[in-house]
Design a protein around this ligand. Structure first.
Ligand SMILES: O=P(O)(O)OC[C@H]1O[C@H](OP(=O)(O)OP(=O)(O)O)[C@H](O)[C@@H]1O
Ligand SMILES: NC(=O)CC[C@H](N)C(=O)O
Ligand code: SF4
Ligand SMILES: [Mg+2]
Length: 476
């Protein structure tokens, strides 16, 4: 995919980001670091925290995993204060450079502000071009920085008005947390594509986070979702809410349920784990097959395989074992390393597979790297038949809303029919969940009409937010 803001080609695989915000709690940065640790699956490239100690902002950012960036107690001691925000990054716009690591911090006419963003802006390049012409000096190549400049040049008086002014000019997906000396802000785009959760920490403090698993790790209590199009402002007097945008139908990212989010998170009032299991149930109803054993492709395939096994009555077995010291293989930078990564990550549990008709269940096929390797491995272990069932519809289109999917030409389903995909990965049969099955699993009647109630553009090509900069063409 062409990187729209920098117009550099990008071969990045696909992931996204996690955000946290803490207000009114001693050691806010330590809570933020724990929250980021729980959200590590959302971004494994870089992490950062900005806190405010009552007098000044303090920050620490670095490339790498949360545990590495924040392992030094001396670093944590520099992040004093009862307000903090944090970010786990996986780049969608702008390379993996220290200057692109979030939160971004800037001094304005009205004082300082730090901002952290999960999502991706679809008009960032267009806005950036106009801002640069006006003399704005960009310090990074992320899309997120346009927020900073739009706030700086806004003619409104207060920081809240300026943030709303900026939000009204950007297009795309954003769940943003921002910190000033006086308050913590949470802001979600009008369609609510990315999640943002509100919680309470002990002793009256507040927490914002991408997923509820970040609340759980610090013992915070879930309060509610920040609503699509809502801005919450948290200060020492409590919380207030603004709704700066015209109301519109929300389009939460359905892939959060299928793959991204952690299974123990509750997103938009649905348990991710239950949703995945139920997709497996629907998949078994739609595409059942005679077999001896149901085997998940760990990790994300596990809950759907459990649902598939329960519905089909075929035994569930861990026929593939995952090495816990290897992360998500999507995130590896080159095909060669990704191939090795898959081999390093999974191994066959031969006694479970030998002489068996095996159904493999995974959540998605993107490039097909994982499926090819796993199928080879399962056949080499002596399986007599290998069937593959996938708990998402075929991934045919890239995401422009915060997941760095490969360009269309690298998506197996964009270039192959299902029969050809089955041949390419070497299975006896291959089936994907239907759109209606997916929506039924999430508690709806089906995918009604042309407009789904989730964003499902990477499967349907129905992009709910205008792609202004698409392919670097800067279409105004
Ligand atoms: O077709 P591909 O390009 O190989 O991509 C698809 C695979 O990548 C993901 O797993 P990943 O290893 O990223 O994470 P997981 O451990 O959460 O399943 C996904 O769950 C599929 O298994
Ligand atoms: N994946 C994300 O949410 C990334 C946030 C932002 N677009 C960046 O590239 O840094
Ligand atoms: S295009 Fe796909 S991954 Fe991107 S927001 Fe929509 S559903 Fe989620
Ligand atoms: Mg996987």
């Amino acid at each position: 995919m062409m990187n729209p803001a920098t117009l550099e080609p990008s071969n990045r695989p696909y992931e996204e980001c996690g955000v946290v915000g803490i207000w009114g709690a001693p050691d806010a940065a330590a809570l933020a670091a724990l929250g980021l640790h729980a959200l590590q699956h959302r971004g494994q490239e870089a992490a950062g925290i900005v806190s405010h100690d009552g007098e000044k902002f303090c920050q620490h950012k670095g490339l790498g995993l949360v545990g590495d960036v924040f392992s030094d107690a001396r670093v944590m001691n520099t992040l004093a204060g009862s307000g903090a925000i944090g970010h786990n990054r996986y780049a969608t716009t702008g390379g993996t450079l220290l200057r692109n690591v979030q939160p971004l911090y800037a001094d304005f006419e009205f004082g300082g502000l730090a901002v952290a963003h999960n999502g991706n802006l679809t008009n960032a390049a267009t806005l950036r071009q106009a801002l640069v012409k006006r003399g704005c000096l960009f310090q990074s190549t992320t899309d997120t920085e346009v927020f900073v400049h739009l706030i700086a040049i806004s003619l409104y008086a207060t920081v809240l008005e300026r943030l709303v002014d900026a939000a009204k000019q950007v297009k795309g997906a954003y769940s943003v947390v921002a910190l000033t000396p006086d308050f913590l802000i949470g802001l979600r785009d009008p369609l609510g594509v990315r999640p943002l959760i509100l919680g309470r920490v002990a002793d009256g403090g507040w927490m914002l986070a991408s997923e509820t698993c970040a609340l759980d790790i610090v013992g915070a209590e879930f309060v509610r979702n920040v609503e699509p199009g809502e801005m919450v402002i948290i200060d020492n007097d409590g919380i207030r809410s603004m709704r700066p945008f015209a109301q519109t139908s929300p389009r939460f990212c359905v892939f959060e349920y299928i793959y991204f989010a952690r299974p123990d998170s509750i997103l938009e009032d649905h348990s991710v784990y239950e949703a995945r299991k139920q997709i497996g149930v629907e998949l078994a109803r739609e595409s059942g097959v005679e077999a001896d054993v149901i085997v998940p492709v760990p990790d994300s395939g596990v809950p759907s395989a459990m649902g598939f096994a329960a519905e089909s009555g075929i035994p569930f077995e861990m026929g593939i074992i995952r090495n816990h010291y290897v992360g998500r293989t999507f995130i590896e930078p080159t095909d060669q390393i990704r191939n090795l990564g898959v081999r390093m990550k999974h191994s066959a549990n031969t006694p479970v597979l030998q002489g068996k008709r095996v159904v493999l269940v995974d959540d998605s096929i993107v490039r097909g790297t994982t499926s090819r390797k796993i199928v080879d491995m399962v056949r080499a272990a002596g399986a007599t038949e290998v069937h593959m069932r996938i708990s998402s519809p075929p991934t045919k289109h890239p995401c422009f809303y915060g997941i760095d999917t490969p360009e269309e030409s690298q998506l197996l389903a964009a270039t192959h029919s299902i029969e050809k995909m089955a041949e390419a990965i070497g299975v006896d049969s291959l089936a994907f969940i239907s759109f209606d099955g997916l929506y039924r699993a999430l508690g709806h009647d089906g995918r009604t009409g042309a407009q789904g109630r989730y964003c499902d553009a990477c499967f349907t090509g129905d992009y709910p937010i205008e792609l202004v900069d698409k392919d670097g063409r800067l279409v105004a």
